[in-house]
Structures are given as C-alpha cells and as structure tokens.
Design a protein around this ligand. Structure first.
Ligand code: HEC
Ligand code: HEC
Length: 404
C-alpha cells in the first residue's frame, strides 16, 4: 500500500470513530446516527433524501429535478425514436427514485490495436431496445439493430446514483494519489484513471468513461430516452443514417437547459445511504475487508474538496471505490470505452450494496459471495485470500458487506 493510501485509510478509520457534535445540525440533518459528525459525514438513514445543509433555492431545484427525473416522456414530448425506457426513474428506482434498477441494457464498441471506437458515429455505444410506433412504421424495426462493426457486446445493470455528487466533488489529486499504473509497490494491483477524449479524469459509468455527472445525465437523456437537450442536441442514429422525415416531429432540443440543470442538481445532491448499524460481527467483517486487501481497490473513504455548494464542500464519503480502472481478468471482460480496455472496470462503489439483488456489471452474480468469487486479474489475490478465510470470518465479511 502506498504512503498516500495508508494516510487516507488511517484518516478514514479515525473519522469513522468520531463522536457527534453536542449541538448537532440546526435543521435537516440526520440525527439518528450517533457515531458520526453530521457536519462532515452527510450520509442519511433515509435513502433518497437530499444532502443536509442545502439552501432553500438548492432544495427547491432538487425537488424540481426529482420531478424531471420521474417524468414519463411520450413521443409527443420527445421520447425516441430510439429509447430504452421512458423515464430516468423507470430504471433508477429501488428502494427510491435515484436508486438501482432491474433493467439490463446492451452496449457495443470496437477495439482495434489498442484503440477504442465507441461507435457513436453509427449509433453506439448504447444499443436501444425500443422504438416509437412512427419509427417502427417507417423502418419495420422493433429495436436498434446490433452493429456488425462491434468487436464486443456488453450488458449493464442499472446502478444507484445515491451519493454520486460527492464522488464528483473529490479532487482529481486525491484519486490520482491512489493510482499505481506500473504497480511499483508490487502488490499485484495497479489501478489507472480513465480519461475523456480531451484528457479529463473519468469517474462515471462502469468504465469511468465520463468526467462529470452533467455530461453523463445529458447523455442519458438522449441515449436512454431519445430526449435531446442543449448539451446533446442530436438524436441517436440507426446505422449512422438520419431518420426518415416525419418520424421525429418534436423540434430539438426537446428538453430545456433549465430542466437539464434541475436534473443535474437532483442527481448531484442525493445523499449517500448510511450503512446499517454495525454489530460486533460486522465490525469484525470490516476489519477482514481491510486485511485481505479488498480496500486496495474498494477504498473506504474519500474527502471532497472545497466546493461552491456548501453541502458538497469538505465532506467525507464512504464509497468503497478508488474510481480507478482495474484489469479484472478475461472472464469479466467485454467492451472498451475511452482508455478502458475490455477487461478493465472502474472499482464498483459498494455504498448502497444492500439495495442490490444482482451484482457485477451485467448482474451475472446472484449474491455478494458469487460476485467476490468472480473477481480475477488484479483482484485474484484478494479472491484467494477470501477463499482461505474460515467460515466464521467469511460470514462476518459478508454480513459487513450486506449492511453497506
Ligand atoms: C433504461 C434504463 C435507464 C434509464 C432510463 C436511465 N438510466 Fe442511468 N444508467 C443505466 C445504466 C444501465 C447505467 C450504467 C451505465 C454504465 O455502466 O456505463 C446507468 C448509469 C447512470 C449514471 C452513472 C452511474 C455510475 O455508476 O457512474 C448516471 C449519473 C445516470 N445513469 C443518470 C441517469 C439519468 C439522469 C437518467 C434520465 C435522464 C437515466 N440515468 C436514465 C440505466 C438507465
Ligand atoms: C483489483 C481491484 C479489486 C479488488 C482487490 C477487489 N475488488 Fe471488488 N470489484 C472491483 C471491480 C473493478 C468491480 C466491478 C467488476 C464488474 O462489475 O464486473 C468489483 C465489484 C465488486 C462487487 C460487486 C459490486 C456490485 O455492485 O455489483 C463486490 C461485492 C465486491 N467487488 C467485493 C469485493 C471484496 C469483498 C473484495 C475483497 C475480497 C474485493 N471486492 C476486491 C475491483 C476490486
């Protein structure tokens, strides 16, 4: 473990034991968690709540954004011609709006000689599984045809977004301090950042291919629902061709900048879920998690930088991720995106793990234990140490994870 990692880990463990401030927050805070300082640790025991300490204007924008996130679009209000579903909240829905979902979608990309083409020029990487009646009538298709140019096809379950605004607010330097691309410390774990085409640090998406939530959200409107916006003014294509006339009569952009901004505020200001209260068994499981090297990638705690939104400024978030890419071995490999190669994935945050019923990027694992057993590549050693745990230790670890 590098000195940076060690220092951060120490910090995380110390702050995890902090006592509450005697007065507590004036309002809106979460009073039910005696073990942490709410001025610093903003996790909530009511999933779906906004971060504490929002201004009235921020709170109003959050509620307006939740409304847009829950809006069911129709062809008359811009849905399609290609889409996967008709509302953000149709997919991100459990246990609350903004959470996980059962939908699994298809992505395709082409990887040639180390160079990734996300096939966006011809309709990739998201392959929509539904079309509007007008597109069906014009082209006789029921979904976007898969792309013969693709060298890989991926399936993606719907992740939770709770607490992701804090992940966006973590300074680049803190994430880069966790990277060890040439494995200088020889622990078998490298970890490297993804980068956008213009060189910014990637954080969002299973391959960390997006730098900001605003860009991901604008992409989600057009990729998941066929809703164009000022940030993404062009519809998805079928085989790189424009749609036949009359198929998409709604003028672009179909969403206003104001509605897009409100959606961004909603996603950014969702509080992270607080882990369930810990018994001694789970506390032991947490220590085993550190001991067997899970935390080398699932880094327990990050701290946000100074932020003009006070609710995001200098807060601790316990995401259990380093936001870096790791080679997970050939069995999990699927597509490239940005600089991420087919076998590389962003360490999946484990915050909110208890709300999931299907695990890993495509939901192939039906339990947390199966997900651990599927870890290969850089995580093979940690998997080996998991397999050598006693039955009691394994139980404690799984109890700990099941409460996150
Ligand atoms: C059809 C289901 C579906 C709909 C509708 C949908 N999403 Fe998602 N969302 C997904 C999937 C699947 C992923 C994972 C993508 C990946 O791994 O690259 C995702 C990922 C995300 C992420 C990144 C999370 C992460 O792990 O980094 C954000 C942010 C997001 N969605 C926001 C939205 C917003 C905003 C909307 C509405 C405009 C929306 N989504 C609509 C399925 C959906
Ligand atoms: C080399 C980095 C690395 C190490 C070490 C590692 N993981 Fe992971 N973990 C990942 C990545 C990357 C994913 C996402 C893989 C995917 O979706 O295919 C993941 C996914 C998971 C998931 C599934 C999360 C979800 O939401 O579906 C669980 C649970 C998990 N890891 C637990 C553990 C435990 C427990 C250990 C220690 C035994 C561990 N991991 C060690 C990188 C790592």
């Amino acid at each position: 473990m590098s000195p940076h990692r060690r220092a951060l880990l120490f910090f995380a463990l110390v702050t995890a034991c902090e006592r509450p401030s005697p007065t507590g927050p004036a309002s809106g805070g979460d009073q039910t968690a005696p073990e942490t300082n709410p001025a610093f640790d903003v996790a909530t025991s009511e999933p779906g709540s906004p971060l504490p300490f929002l201004t009235l204007a921020q709170r109003a924008l959050f509620e307006r954004g939740r409304g847009v996130f829950q809006t069911e679009f129709t062809p008359a209000t811009g849905l399609g011609p290609l889409f996967n579903n008709n509302a953000c909240s149709q997919c991100h829905e459990d246990p609350v709006t903004g959470g996980v979902g059962e939908e699994v979608e298809t992505h395709q990309a082409a990887f040639h000689g180390g160079v990734c083409d996300d096939l966006s020029a011809i309709g990739g990487p998201v392959i929509q599984d539904s079309v509007t009646p007008a597109l069906h009538d014009a082209l006789g298709i029921d979904k976007e045809p898969s792309l013969p140019e693709a060298t890989g096809t991926a399936h993606r379950t719907t992740p939770s977004l709770l607490g992701f605004g804090l992940l966006e607010a973590v300074p680049d330097a803190e994430i880069l301090a966790l990277a060890d691309p040439s494995d200088r410390n020889g622990d078998g774990i490298s970890g490297r950042p993804n980068r956008t085409a213009d060189g910014r640090l990637g954080r969002f998406g299973r391959k960390a291919q997006f730098a900001t939530l605003a860009e991901f959200n604008a992409g989600a409107f057009v990729n998941e629902m066929g809703i164009t916006s000022p940030a993404e003014p062009h519809e998805q294509l079928v085989r790189g061709e424009a749609f036949p006339p009359g198929v998409d009569p709604t003028p672009d952009p179909e969403l206003t900048q104001e509605a897009l901004d409100a959606t961004d505020a909603f996603v950014r200001l969702l509080a992270p879920p607080r882990p369930l209260p810990r018994t001694l068994v789970e506390q032991r499981g947490g220590l085993i998690f550190l001991r067997i090297g899970c935390a080398s990638c699932h880094f327990p705690a990050l701290v946000t930088g100074p932020n003009r939104v006070a609710a995001l400024s200098l807060k601790i978030v316990r995401p259990y991720t380093d936001l870096l890419l790791h080679d997970m071995g050939p069995d999990l490999a699927d597509i490239c995106l940005g600089r991420a190669e087919p076998a590389e994935f962003r360490t999946e945050p484990l915050m909110g793990l208890r709300f999931k019923t299907a695990f890993l990027h495509d939901g192939r694992a039906g339990s947390i234990e199966q997900a651990i057993l599927a870890h290969g590549g850089e995580a093979a050693r940690a998997r080996g140490r998991f397999l050598r745990l006693s039955a009691g230790e394994r139980y404690a670890l799984l109890q700990f994870l099941g409460g996150l």
